[in-house]
Design a binder for this molecule. Structure first.
Ligand code: PEP
Ligand code: MN
Length: 350
């Protein structure tokens, strides 16, 4: 990783480092951070001669050589100072709340408009709404692209940025062209490397944020963080890691709650952690406790399914969506806990 002395290199300087790296079979990938652009050396960056030549350039401050399977997402990376912003929140400075329906019902758009207004009123910063849906049963409702118009209309009405899951490469361009601000990678696609690469390429020059769910069958945490690295490697480091329950199911819950991995993730990566309690426990009545547990464990945000009338919803909403009242209560308590966590109980901001 090349750290320049200035905020960003000139095209001539980029051409020069690209030519040097090219001689050693490597490529240069700019990664645009909030403060400065850094230049990842993609390929085998161990050649001392290449490092010496790059380090000798008068516009290069230093070369960071992190021995890590995820050198961009690693806690020790220069990107650790990168701050992700969405919905008026700078991650790490305030608890981010993403909320809304699991699934937008294209036959009943008013439910979504009402939900959107209600989650905003409850304090959410980002509106979620499923357009394309990954369903275990191939005969269940699979989503409908018409719901994208409803999602964007709700965004216009509320002023909230929106989050939607993309399941296939074709969805990415459609969602971005419509103005979706946060692309969600679902648990079933968290190890779909071609989709991760396609998302990385598509968001490279944008301020789009990616919410990467933890795969149901992911093994060590490195596998989760490496999936984020696939996206970041193309230049956009705005990635939020989202534990959402894992296998095997804990009897009575939908999955095995995994908010407790938050501190472990934070030891390895600088990426903010936004926990999804809804899919984790899978039942509305258990969601508040799981959400608060996530904040206690150090989560930077929550992604919660909410609906104005859950039993009239579709997808997961009848089972696991909380009502706006409950959402408001969760947000209020989660904020108190967040402050408590940050101040050690002294009541003032750390
Ligand atoms: C969802 O957010 O509605 C969803 C399908 O999530 P997951 O990929 O975590 O199952
Ligand atoms: Mn859902």
């Amino acid at each position: 990783m090349i750290l320049p002395k200035s905020h960003r290199l000139t095209p001539e300087q980029v051409a020069e480092i690209t030519a040097i790296a090219g001689e050693f079979g490597c490529k240069i990938q700019p990664i645009i951070g909030a403060v400065r652009t850094i230049y990842a050396i993609v390929g085998d960056e161990r050649d001392e001669l290449m490092i010496n030549r790059l380090e000798g350039l008068d516009y290069v401050e230093r070369i960071d050589r992190i021995q890590s399977p995820f050198k961009l997402m690693d806690r020790r990376s220069d990107l650790a100072s990168h701050r992700i912003k969405i919905g008026g929140v700078t991650l790490g400075e305030e608890l981010l709340v993403v909320a809304g329906q699991c699934t937008i019902d294209p036959k009943n758009p008013n439910f979504f408009y009402e939900t959107a207004a209600a989650v905003k009123e409850a304090g959410a910063h980002v509106l979620r709404g499923g357009v394309w849906k990954p369903r275990t049963n191939p005969y269940s409702f699979q989503g409908d692209v018409k719901s994208l118009d409803i999602l964007m209309e709700a965004s216009r009405r509320t002023g909230l940025p929106v989050d939607a899951e993309v399941m296939e490469e074709e969805h990415i361009g459609v969602a971005l062209a419509a103005g979706v601000n946060m692309l969600q990678v679902g648990a079933r696609n968290a190890l779909n490397y071609s989709l991760l690469r396609a998302i990385g390429k598509a968001v490279a020059e944008r301020d789009t944020v990616v919410l990467l769910k933890r795969g149901l069958h992911m093994g060590p945490l490195n596998e989760f963080i490496s999936a984020a690295e696939y996206i970041a490697a193309f230049g956009n480091p705005n990635i939020l890691l989202c534990p959402r329950g894992t296998a095997p199911t804990l009897d009575g819950y939908r999955n095995h709650p995994d908010e407790s991995i938050t501190p472990l993730l934070k030891e390895k990566t600088w990426a903010p952690v936004v926990v999804d309690p809804s899919h984790s426990v899978g039942k509305a009545s258990y969601v508040p406790a799981c959400a608060l547990a996530a904040v206690a464990y150090g989560a930077d945000g929550l992604c919660i399914e909410a609906h104005v009338s859950p039993n009239q919803g579709i997808g997961d909403d009848p089972k696991q969506a909380v009502t706006p009242d409950v959402l408001k209560q969760i947000i209020g308590q989660a904020r108190q806990l967040w402050t408590l966590r940050r101040t050690g109980g002294k009541g003032e901001k750390a």
